[in-house]
Design a protein around this ligand. Structure first.
Ligand SMILES: NC(=O)c1ccc[n+]([C@@H]2O[C@H](COP(=O)([O-])OP(=O)(O)OC[C@H]3O[C@@H](n4cnc5c(N)ncnc54)[C@H](O)[C@@H]3O)[C@@H](O)[C@H]2O)c1
Ligand SMILES: O=S(=O)(O)c1ccc(CO)cc1
Length: 481
């Protein structure tokens, strides 16, 4: 392990507990590595058991303070935090690129997307309406009230640390909940810088940030009677484990557990439009996105042309360190991911897939953009989420066959369709087992619409009014005068 380089812009953050930043008191440290060159950036001090108990106490106190702030003021205060986030975007994006690897332009876009997400929730805070139900007897009133569910524990991953934390922070805080965020230990500084923008506007304990040993943090928070709701984005095994803990302690839970998005390219599709969109979307963040298009089912008539165009556009991508000007695809976020992706490619090639790939830069965690053509349905890369710069492609003859193969996967998060045929659009919209479908585009995730999955991709939605509802309890009041 190399000594910390202390890049001029990079320092590991402290934890935000009860309104004050403090160094994690635990014995363990997490080494933060720049995936572009393998250099150590800094060491993160993790939370102790006492830090977590202090966090729980402050979360209960912060909830009592924050829930009493009128909704329109909550919105205004969050909006001020969002303005600060936009002002500090360049600094935060640089931290994100250093610790996560994505190109600086993508890091900036992520920071601004996180700002948009929280802004939408800030505006929505004042629109959390209840309703009046016609009463069953004279001189009485029946009302339905929406109330914040209580202190929330949220767990966000390393691939889109800002966006995937912002969805949880925005919803919980706008609804009037307090929230403890456990960010991903691999990417701590960018999230801390975003949290700092918001925390300046909030009472102590309303928003807290911890990093720790993940299992210790989740078990402590979920078992505590203080915490009323969980939200997790990450892998299926960890999601299953947290769902079991949530069940044991009867906590509400929202789970976003990844995807293996099918793309159906019909015979009438415009390849000149579809291919550049899908190549950019596929290789954004080096493919480490739950909504990335990964399984292409292409009408046989277009199959050869699609492969040629896709492979050519992928080869043209400029790979390099995220901070280097002109870089279009950075490294994977860590060596663990690189090893897993290379293994998936090798196993798939051994099973007969045709590999079309360019060269990856030496050093760091780079993997070349890879297309696996003539992919049978049981190919490892067709079944397992690649979470890297790997796409599979196979031809189809009938739309029903393409839909059946698209649905033949444990995941059901995003899906994509390219066609102008109304019949095909209706059929796929009805039958594709996904939480979000984009037709002739890539917009499956926007602040004002719900984002969530079916099957092993999890349950519940984030963003949109559904994302707000996830942080609200419903209370019926029947009043007789
Ligand atoms: N849905 C997404 O956006 C998303 C994000 C990251 C990873 N993933 C999936 O996870 C796979 C592997 O990634 P990984 O190696 O980082 O996975 P992992 O399962 O080891 O960790 C995923 C995240 O969960 C957290 N975590 C792990 N154990 C936990 C626990 N007991 N309690 C609370 N949090 C815990 C980690 O800190 C990390 O941020 C990827 O291939 C991908 O399929 C999905
Ligand atoms: O940046 S977004 O397109 O909104 C986005 C949403 C979800 C995920 C999950 O990995 C990644 C990026």
């Amino acid at each position: 392990m190399s000594a910390p380089q202390h890049h001029h812009a990079y320092r590991c953050p402290e934890l935000l507990i009860a309104g004050a930043w403090r160094r994690g008191g635990g014995e363990r440290r997490q080494t933060i590595v720049n995936p572009a060159d393998g250099q150590t950036l800094d060491e993160l001090a993790l939370a102790s058991a006492k830090d977590l108990q202090d966090t729980l106490r402050a979360s209960a106190e912060g909830f009592e303070l924050w829930r009493r702030v009128p909704a329109h003021q909550r919105g205004e205060r969050l909006a001020r935090g969002v303005a600060r986030l936009r002002e500090r975007c360049e600094h935060i994006a640089t931290l994100l690129t250093l610790e996560q690897g994505k190109p600086l332009a993508e890091a900036r876009a992520e920071c601004l997307m996180a700002a948009d997400l929280i802004q939408w929730y800030a505006e929505e805070a004042r629109r959390v309406y209840g309703r009046v139900v016609p009463a069953r007897q004279p001189d009485s009133r029946m009302t339905v009230l929406k109330q914040p569910v209580g202190p929330v524990a949220a767990f966000s991953p390393w691939n889109f640390p800002l966006v995937l934390s912002a969805r949880k922070l925005g919803g919980a805080l706008a609804a009037g909940c307090s929230i403890v965020l456990k960010g991903a230990e691999e990417t701590p500084a960018s999230v801390a810088a975003m949290v700092a923008c918001l925390a300046e506007e909030l009472p102590p304990g309303a928003l807290q940030l911890v990093y720790g040993v993940p299992a210790e943090v989740s078990e402590t928070l979920i078992a505590s009677p203080v915490i009323r709701k969980l939200s997790f984005t990450g892998s299926v095994p960890v999601g299953r484990h947290l769902a079991q803990l949530a069940g044991r302690h009867l906590k509400r839970i929202t789970l976003e557990l990844g995807g293996h998005a099918p793309v159906i390219v019909c015979e009438d599709a415009d390849l000149a439009r579809a291919v550049p969109l899908m190549v950019a979307h596929k290789f954004r963040n080096a493919g480490q996105a739950c909504l990335a298009p990964t399984r292409f089912y292409v009408a046989r008539r277009l199959y050869g042309d699609f492969i040629d165009a896709f492979a050519q556009a992928s080869r043209a991508l400029v790979l390099g360190p995220g901070l280097a000007p002109g870089t279009q695809m950075g490294p994977l976020a860590n060596q663990r991911r690189r090893a897993a992706v290379l293994d998936l490619i090798e196993r798939s090639v051994q099973r007969g897939a045709r590999r079309l790939a360019s060269e990856a830069p030496a050093g760091g965690c780079f993997v070349a953009p890879t297309l696996l053509a003539d992919a049978p349905q049981d190919l490892p890369a067709m079944q397992d989420e690649p979470f890297g710069p790997v796409a599979c492609v196979a031809p189809f003859d009938q739309l029903d066959e393409a839909i059946a193969r698209a649905n033949d996967n444990a995941y059901g998060l995003a899906g994509y369709l390219f066609t102008d045929s109304a019949k095909a659009i209706l059929k796929v919209s009805e039958r594709l087992e996904v939480g979000s479908l984009a037709i002739n585009g890539l917009g499956v995730s926007v602040p004002e619409a719900p984002f969530g999955g079916v099957k092993d991709s999890g349950h519940g939605s984030e963003s949109g009014i559904e994302g707000m509802e996830a942080y609200l309890d419903t209370r019926f009041t029947h009043f007789v005068a």
